[in-house]
Design a protein. Structure first.
Length: 266
């Protein structure tokens, strides 16, 4: 697979096995499923109202037999009916391969470049000693959505939609919250499907940053996932988030491929 979207990963280490990357993408796609989905000529349309774009975007997974203009017009009607803007997610697995170029030629703007990082040696993750004064809590979906949503400044509607999506998802999510002196200092959750585990919604409270908490928390939840059978771990991160990239590389993750979104012209 030699698309431009894979070059970010190819520069750091030998080429990834395509079958592995397809497994990772399939696991990530399943983990971001929305209770509100539709299909159109091989495209999966998601209509979630949480902050996560991957749960409220168009996913061209197969080649449509309709002309692109017709397909997009039908998508526009469905998203308008849900009161949501149209967003198309472009990955190395998008079909047809020319979709990104076609949308760009139509004036669709690229935004939110993201990276998928993978760790195939996650079972070698060293166990970290829990920091002094930290209370670790395993919480349910509603609790986790409220915790991370509050830290992010999400609206009540976005928090509720996030909780509903986690509850309805067929992939098992597990959320962990770290507190110190009764205050949330960090949180992270995993979504495990078979031997593949995803790391999601990692957040450290602003006043607790610079203490290595996110690295230690991520290591902790991944060690737990490995005890349940995980052998490969993945995560998705903003391509411009240098601090997060450094943390994840320290944990053994490497860039495998990239993706981005396209927004229709104004």
């Amino acid at each position: 697979m030699s698309r431009d979207l894979l070059r970010a990963g190819a520069a750091r280490q030998p080429p990834w096995d395509e079958a592995l990357l397809r497994r990772v993408e399939a696991a990530a796609f399943a983990a971001s499923a929305s209770p509100h989905e539709d299909t159109l000529e091989g495209w999966v349309l998601r209509f979630d109202r949480s902050k996560a774009q991957r749960a409220r975007c168009i996913n061209p997974l197969q080649v449509s037999h309709q002309p692109l203009a017709v397909q997009l017009a039908e998508c526009a009607e469905r998203y308008a009916a849900h009161g949501l803007p149209m967003v198309v997610r472009i990955t190395p697995f998008t079909q047809p391969e020319q979709m990104d170029a076609q949308l760009g030629a139509l004036g669709w703007q690229q935004h939110d470049d993201s990276l998928v990082m993978v760790n195939t040696q996650v079972q070698r993750m060293p166990a970290w000693t829990q920091p002094a004064g930290i209370q670790a809590l395993r919480v349910d979906h509603a609790h986790y959505a409220h915790t991370v949503g509050t830290l992010r400044g999400s609206s009540a509607a976005e928090i509720q939609a996030h909780a509903q999506r986690l509850q309805a998802c067929a992939v098992a999510y597990e959320g962990t919250v770290w507190r110190r002196d009764g205050r949330v200092v960090a949180c992270a959750q995993t979504a495990r499907e078979g031997d593949v585990v995803g790391l999601y919604d990692v957040f450290t409270a602003p006043e607790a940053r610079g203490q290595g908490l996110s690295r230690k928390l991520c290591a902790s939840v991944l060690v737990q996932a490995c005890a349940q059978g995980a052998q490969v771990a993945y995560l998705q991160v903003d391509a411009g988030n240098a601090a997060a990239l450094a943390v994840y590389r320290h944990l053994g993750f490497e860039v495998a491929y990239g993706y981005h979104y396209r927004l229709p012209p104004h």
